[in-house]
Design a binder for this molecule. Structure first.
Ligand SMILES: *Cc1c(COP(=O)(O)O)cnc(C)c1O
Length: 338
């Protein structure tokens, strides 16, 4: 089976499992888990931010961040394709009681002018604009990366209007590798950052939220309220420490594999268009067939992928997709007929 449905399908290899087994653990609610303390310190140092909090998922880190930045009735500004809006089960309303202003960005990326135009005036009819959330890379944008200069402009708009700025960096490491950027650049720009270890970095579980000491103290309390206080979760944190040390640079291989497959898709008779491939995600539009039919045909050939819209298919490259598997996928798509 070649599983291109998501980069969440990876399983820890022997070395990561070995690191997990050897973890020194304790009760993290008492702050006594050495492996979690190590991961949180390592992440904070890497991003040049004051503190970090290990959580069970990227949904949890994002939702905690939104809760900490807003009061009920405040408004959150984000792209209409944002994970925080599309895929977190209505959590912004459920957890924070906040309103959302959706912007029509370019492949999941909003710009400073759009943000500026979306800020509500100080008018009692309007919800107070409080927070801007951006996603890098953008999942529904096909793994698109932000231009860092645009992010700086959004930061100025936030500063001028007293808005907080949160980064959903579920796949931030893909963006850093693709654009040759550093975690510290991002740490200096955002009030809070969420990064996932269970995506491209190959861990079974885990995300980290970053911010100031005061922000993370509040976040730790919200995590407890959400039932997210963990005990000997250092076994999971050890996987994340292993991934930071071993699985970042190799993301370039996933990006190369995505470009190799996309190059073939461009010339397939059943492909209308392929979104620009910047990282490990390929999204293409079908022609003469439906996404569902294409997914079914590939499944018959033991290749799994997702229909993300009636005419859109997504392939995601990751740690467990080898060069031989990429060759097999290319061979199969070249042989498909509709
Ligand atoms: C996967 C993902 C998340 C977090 O998802 P979880 O399944 O809760 O870990 C957040 N944002 C983006 C953009 C994602 O792709």
């Amino acid at each position: 089976m070649i599983d291109l449905r998501s980069d969440t399908v990876t399983r820890p290899g022997p070395e990561m499992l070995q690191a997990m087994v050897q973890a020194k653990t304790g009760d993290d609610v008492f702050r006594e888990d050495p492996a979690i303390n190590e991961l949180e310190a390592q992440c904070a140092a890497l991003f040049g931010m004051e503190a970090a909090l290990f959580c069970s998922s990227g949904t949890q880190t994002n939702q905690i961040a939104i809760k900490c930045h807003t009061q009920p009735g405040d408004e959150v500004i984000c792209d209409a394709d944002a994970h925080v809006y599309q895929y977190e089960a209505g959590g912004i309303a459920f957890n924070s009681g906040a309103s959302v202003r959706l912007l029509a960005g370019d492949r999941g990326r909003i710009n400073a002018a759009q943000v500026e135009n979306a800020i509500n005036p100080n008018d009692l009819h309007k919800p107070p604009s409080r927070l801007v959330c951006i996603e890098n890379t953008s999942n529904r944008g096909g793994g698109s990366c932000y231009d860092f200069e645009e992010l700086k402009k959004i930061r100025s708009v936030c500063d001028n209007n007293k808005l907080a700025f949160h980064l959903d960096g579920a796949r931030l490491f893909n963006a850093l590798v693709a654009k040759n950027e550093t975690p510290a650049q991002y740490g200096a720009l955002f009030n809070s950052i969420s990064v996932c270890f269970s995506k491209s970095l190959g861990c079974p579980v885990g995300s980290v939220l970053l911010g100031t000491e005061a922000f993370i103290a509040k976040a730790r309390r919200v995590r407890k309220i959400l039932g997210g206080g963990m005990r000997q979760a250092g076994y999971l944190a050890a996987a994340a420490v292993y991934a930071l040390d071993h699985n970042i640079e190799r993301l370039a291989t996933d990006h190369l594999h995505a470009k190799q497959i996309a190059a073939v898709l461009y010339n397939c008779p059943f492909v209308q268009t392929v979104l620009p491939v910047e990282t490990n995600i390929i999204i293409f539009e079908t022609k003469n067939t439906t996404a569902k039919e294409l997914v079914a045909q590939l499944k018959n050939a033991s290749i799994l992928c997702h229909a993300v819209a009636p005419d859109r298919v997504r392939f995601v490259l990751h740690l467990d997709v080898t060069e031989a598997m990429v060759a097999a996928v290319i061979q199969k798509i070249q042989s498909l007929q509709f």
